[in-house]
Write a protein that binds this ligand. Structure first.
Ligand SMILES: [Zn+2]
Length: 259
Protein backbone atom coordinates (compact mmCIF):
# COMPACT_ATOMS: atom_id res chain seq x y z
CA UNK A 1 0.00 0.00 0.00
CA UNK A 2 1.37 3.40 -0.84
CA UNK A 3 0.69 6.73 0.74
CA UNK A 4 -1.82 7.70 -1.94
CA UNK A 5 -4.13 4.86 -0.96
CA UNK A 6 -3.38 5.14 2.72
CA UNK A 7 -4.29 8.56 4.07
CA UNK A 8 -2.91 7.65 7.50
CA UNK A 9 0.53 7.05 5.98
CA UNK A 10 0.39 10.36 4.16
CA UNK A 11 -0.04 12.12 7.49
CA UNK A 12 2.92 10.33 9.04
CA UNK A 13 6.04 12.48 9.48
CA UNK A 14 8.68 12.02 6.79
CA UNK A 15 11.49 9.54 7.13
CA UNK A 16 14.58 11.23 8.50
CA UNK A 17 18.18 10.65 7.48
CA UNK A 18 18.48 7.55 9.63
CA UNK A 19 15.65 5.77 7.84
CA UNK A 20 13.49 6.07 10.94
CA UNK A 21 10.39 8.16 11.10
CA UNK A 22 10.74 11.22 13.24
CA UNK A 23 8.37 11.16 16.17
CA UNK A 24 5.74 13.87 15.79
CA UNK A 25 3.30 15.21 18.32
CA UNK A 26 0.77 12.60 19.42
CA UNK A 27 -2.63 13.32 17.82
CA UNK A 28 -5.99 12.38 19.35
CA UNK A 29 -7.23 8.98 18.17
CA UNK A 30 -10.65 7.43 17.69
CA UNK A 31 -11.64 4.96 20.44
CA UNK A 32 -13.11 2.67 17.77
CA UNK A 33 -11.49 -0.45 16.38
CA UNK A 34 -9.13 0.74 13.62
CA UNK A 35 -10.95 1.17 10.30
CA UNK A 36 -7.75 0.16 8.51
CA UNK A 37 -8.00 -3.29 10.07
CA UNK A 38 -11.69 -3.66 9.20
CA UNK A 39 -10.89 -2.76 5.59
CA UNK A 40 -8.00 -5.19 5.53
CA UNK A 41 -10.13 -7.93 7.03
CA UNK A 42 -12.80 -7.35 4.37
CA UNK A 43 -10.12 -7.70 1.70
CA UNK A 44 -8.95 -10.92 3.35
CA UNK A 45 -12.53 -12.30 3.37
CA UNK A 46 -13.02 -11.33 -0.28
CA UNK A 47 -9.80 -12.72 -1.63
CA UNK A 48 -7.32 -14.69 0.44
CA UNK A 49 -9.68 -16.59 2.71
CA UNK A 50 -11.78 -18.12 -0.10
CA UNK A 51 -8.60 -19.14 -1.90
CA UNK A 52 -7.14 -20.71 1.22
CA UNK A 53 -10.29 -21.85 3.02
CA UNK A 54 -9.52 -25.53 2.54
CA UNK A 55 -6.09 -24.98 4.03
CA UNK A 56 -7.53 -23.18 7.05
CA UNK A 57 -10.04 -25.98 7.58
CA UNK A 58 -7.29 -28.58 7.34
CA UNK A 59 -5.13 -26.65 9.81
CA UNK A 60 -8.07 -26.36 12.20
CA UNK A 61 -8.71 -30.10 12.03
CA UNK A 62 -5.11 -31.29 12.14
CA UNK A 63 -3.46 -28.52 14.14
CA UNK A 64 -0.39 -26.63 13.01
CA UNK A 65 2.80 -28.34 11.97
CA UNK A 66 5.11 -25.61 10.68
CA UNK A 67 8.54 -26.84 9.67
CA UNK A 68 10.31 -23.52 10.09
CA UNK A 69 10.60 -21.17 13.04
CA UNK A 70 11.57 -17.58 12.28
CA UNK A 71 12.92 -15.30 15.00
CA UNK A 72 12.51 -11.79 13.67
CA UNK A 73 12.25 -8.17 14.73
CA UNK A 74 9.00 -6.42 15.66
CA UNK A 75 9.78 -3.83 12.97
CA UNK A 76 6.65 -3.34 10.84
CA UNK A 77 8.74 -3.31 7.65
CA UNK A 78 10.11 -6.81 8.15
CA UNK A 79 7.24 -9.26 8.11
CA UNK A 80 8.59 -12.81 7.67
CA UNK A 81 5.29 -13.97 6.14
CA UNK A 82 5.55 -11.28 3.47
CA UNK A 83 9.28 -11.71 2.75
CA UNK A 84 8.99 -15.50 2.44
CA UNK A 85 5.55 -15.47 0.82
CA UNK A 86 4.28 -17.85 3.48
CA UNK A 87 0.83 -19.40 3.69
CA UNK A 88 -1.03 -19.93 6.97
CA UNK A 89 0.52 -22.70 9.03
CA UNK A 90 3.91 -22.57 7.33
CA UNK A 91 5.98 -20.40 9.64
CA UNK A 92 6.16 -20.34 13.42
CA UNK A 93 7.15 -16.74 14.02
CA UNK A 94 8.56 -15.17 17.16
CA UNK A 95 9.26 -11.46 16.95
CA UNK A 96 10.93 -9.15 19.45
CA UNK A 97 12.86 -5.88 19.40
CA UNK A 98 16.03 -6.46 17.33
CA UNK A 99 15.36 -10.19 16.80
CA UNK A 100 17.42 -11.26 19.80
CA UNK A 101 17.82 -14.69 21.37
CA UNK A 102 18.83 -14.26 25.02
CA UNK A 103 21.32 -16.66 26.62
CA UNK A 104 19.98 -19.95 27.97
CA UNK A 105 18.87 -19.08 31.51
CA UNK A 106 16.92 -21.84 33.26
CA UNK A 107 16.05 -19.74 36.31
CA UNK A 108 12.93 -18.29 37.91
CA UNK A 109 12.61 -15.49 35.34
CA UNK A 110 9.84 -15.27 32.77
CA UNK A 111 11.44 -16.04 29.41
CA UNK A 112 9.10 -15.47 26.48
CA UNK A 113 11.65 -16.15 23.76
CA UNK A 114 12.79 -19.36 25.43
CA UNK A 115 9.19 -20.51 25.87
CA UNK A 116 8.43 -20.00 22.19
CA UNK A 117 11.67 -21.74 21.25
CA UNK A 118 10.96 -24.70 23.52
CA UNK A 119 7.46 -25.08 22.09
CA UNK A 120 8.70 -24.87 18.50
CA UNK A 121 11.53 -27.34 18.98
CA UNK A 122 10.10 -29.85 21.42
CA UNK A 123 6.36 -29.83 20.66
CA UNK A 124 6.04 -28.71 17.04
CA UNK A 125 9.37 -30.34 16.15
CA UNK A 126 10.34 -27.68 13.64
CA UNK A 127 13.16 -28.66 11.30
CA UNK A 128 14.75 -25.26 10.88
CA UNK A 129 15.20 -22.08 12.91
CA UNK A 130 16.01 -18.87 11.07
CA UNK A 131 17.21 -15.75 12.88
CA UNK A 132 16.12 -12.93 10.59
CA UNK A 133 17.89 -9.61 11.10
CA UNK A 134 17.35 -6.50 9.04
CA UNK A 135 18.80 -3.19 7.95
CA UNK A 136 18.09 0.10 9.72
CA UNK A 137 17.00 -1.66 12.90
CA UNK A 138 15.96 0.88 15.54
CA UNK A 139 16.74 -1.57 18.35
CA UNK A 140 20.29 -2.14 17.12
CA UNK A 141 20.77 1.57 16.61
CA UNK A 142 19.51 2.31 20.13
CA UNK A 143 22.36 0.21 21.48
CA UNK A 144 25.01 1.36 19.01
CA UNK A 145 24.45 5.09 19.29
CA UNK A 146 25.77 6.19 22.66
CA UNK A 147 24.66 9.77 22.12
CA UNK A 148 21.11 8.99 21.04
CA UNK A 149 18.10 9.65 23.21
CA UNK A 150 16.47 6.43 24.43
CA UNK A 151 13.84 4.95 22.10
CA UNK A 152 11.31 5.24 24.90
CA UNK A 153 11.10 6.91 28.29
CA UNK A 154 10.89 3.53 30.05
CA UNK A 155 13.64 1.13 31.00
CA UNK A 156 12.53 -1.95 29.09
CA UNK A 157 14.17 -1.29 25.72
CA UNK A 158 17.52 -0.20 27.17
CA UNK A 159 17.69 -3.31 29.31
CA UNK A 160 16.56 -5.55 26.45
CA UNK A 161 19.06 -4.26 23.88
CA UNK A 162 21.87 -4.57 26.42
CA UNK A 163 21.79 -8.16 25.20
CA UNK A 164 23.68 -6.77 22.20
CA UNK A 165 26.84 -6.33 24.27
CA UNK A 166 27.96 -9.83 23.40
CA UNK A 167 27.38 -9.16 19.70
CA UNK A 168 29.28 -5.87 19.93
CA UNK A 169 32.20 -7.71 21.52
CA UNK A 170 32.04 -10.32 18.77
CA UNK A 171 32.17 -7.52 16.19
CA UNK A 172 35.19 -5.93 17.89
CA UNK A 173 33.26 -2.83 18.89
CA UNK A 174 32.89 0.32 16.84
CA UNK A 175 36.02 1.06 14.88
CA UNK A 176 37.95 4.33 15.13
CA UNK A 177 36.16 6.74 12.83
CA UNK A 178 33.64 4.13 11.76
CA UNK A 179 30.41 5.80 10.66
CA UNK A 180 27.46 4.95 12.85
CA UNK A 181 25.29 3.50 10.04
CA UNK A 182 28.15 1.17 9.04
CA UNK A 183 28.61 0.02 12.63
CA UNK A 184 24.83 -0.47 13.03
CA UNK A 185 24.73 -2.78 10.00
CA UNK A 186 27.87 -4.64 11.13
CA UNK A 187 26.36 -5.05 14.59
CA UNK A 188 23.10 -6.32 13.08
CA UNK A 189 25.03 -9.07 11.30
CA UNK A 190 27.11 -9.88 14.37
CA UNK A 191 23.93 -10.02 16.44
CA UNK A 192 22.50 -12.69 14.15
CA UNK A 193 25.63 -14.79 14.71
CA UNK A 194 25.42 -14.21 18.47
CA UNK A 195 21.77 -15.24 18.54
CA UNK A 196 22.67 -18.44 16.71
CA UNK A 197 25.39 -19.09 19.30
CA UNK A 198 22.86 -18.49 22.09
CA UNK A 199 20.43 -20.88 20.41
CA UNK A 200 23.10 -23.57 20.39
CA UNK A 201 23.45 -23.20 24.18
CA UNK A 202 19.91 -24.54 24.63
CA UNK A 203 20.42 -28.26 25.30
CA UNK A 204 17.49 -29.41 23.15
CA UNK A 205 18.69 -27.28 20.22
CA UNK A 206 22.29 -28.42 20.60
CA UNK A 207 21.35 -32.09 20.70
CA UNK A 208 19.01 -31.94 17.72
CA UNK A 209 21.43 -29.94 15.58
CA UNK A 210 24.28 -32.31 16.43
CA UNK A 211 22.17 -35.27 15.34
CA UNK A 212 21.18 -33.59 12.08
CA UNK A 213 17.54 -33.13 13.00
CA UNK A 214 17.49 -29.36 13.30
CA UNK A 215 19.06 -26.71 11.09
CA UNK A 216 20.04 -23.26 12.35
CA UNK A 217 20.32 -20.38 9.91
CA UNK A 218 20.96 -16.66 9.82
CA UNK A 219 19.47 -14.19 7.35
CA UNK A 220 19.44 -10.44 6.87
CA UNK A 221 16.84 -8.42 4.99
CA UNK A 222 17.74 -5.00 3.67
CA UNK A 223 14.63 -2.87 3.89
CA UNK A 224 15.80 -0.31 1.35
CA UNK A 225 16.59 -2.75 -1.46
CA UNK A 226 14.59 -5.88 -0.64
CA UNK A 227 17.79 -7.93 -0.83
CA UNK A 228 17.92 -10.99 1.43
CA UNK A 229 21.30 -12.30 2.54
CA UNK A 230 21.86 -15.66 4.19
CA UNK A 231 24.69 -16.75 6.43
CA UNK A 232 26.69 -19.34 4.53
CA UNK A 233 27.44 -22.28 6.83
CA UNK A 234 30.83 -23.04 5.27
CA UNK A 235 32.32 -19.59 4.83
CA UNK A 236 30.47 -17.93 7.72
CA UNK A 237 29.88 -14.96 5.42
CA UNK A 238 26.60 -13.36 4.47
CA UNK A 239 25.89 -14.03 0.81
CA UNK A 240 22.87 -13.25 -1.40
CA UNK A 241 20.07 -15.74 -0.80
CA UNK A 242 19.35 -15.87 -4.53
CA UNK A 243 21.54 -15.03 -7.49
CA UNK A 244 18.79 -14.09 -9.89
CA UNK A 245 17.67 -10.74 -8.53
CA UNK A 246 15.41 -8.49 -10.57
CA UNK A 247 17.41 -5.73 -12.25
CA UNK A 248 15.76 -3.00 -10.19
CA UNK A 249 17.25 -4.40 -6.98
CA UNK A 250 20.63 -3.00 -6.03
CA UNK A 251 23.00 -5.09 -3.98
CA UNK A 252 23.95 -3.72 -0.61
CA UNK A 253 27.52 -2.88 0.20
CA UNK A 254 28.43 -3.15 3.83
CA UNK A 255 31.32 -4.35 5.91
CA UNK A 256 30.98 -8.07 6.46
CA UNK A 257 28.59 -8.56 3.56
CA UNK A 258 29.71 -10.09 0.30
CA UNK A 259 27.77 -8.63 -2.58
ZN1 LIG B 1 14.62 -4.26 14.07
Amino acid sequence: MDEMSNPAAARTPAVDGTGERAAGPRAPVSPHFPERLIDGYRAFLDDRFPREQARYEQLAADGQSPRIMVIGCCDSRVSPEAIFDAAPGELFVMRNVANLVPPYSPDEGLHGVSAALEYAVQSLKVQHIVVLGHGRCGGIRAFADDGAAPLSPGDFIGKWVSLLEAAAGRAGGRGQGEALPVFVERLALSSIEQSLANLRAFPCVHTLEASGKLGLHGAYFDVATGVLMRLDAETQRFVPAVSELPKRIRMIRAVGVEA
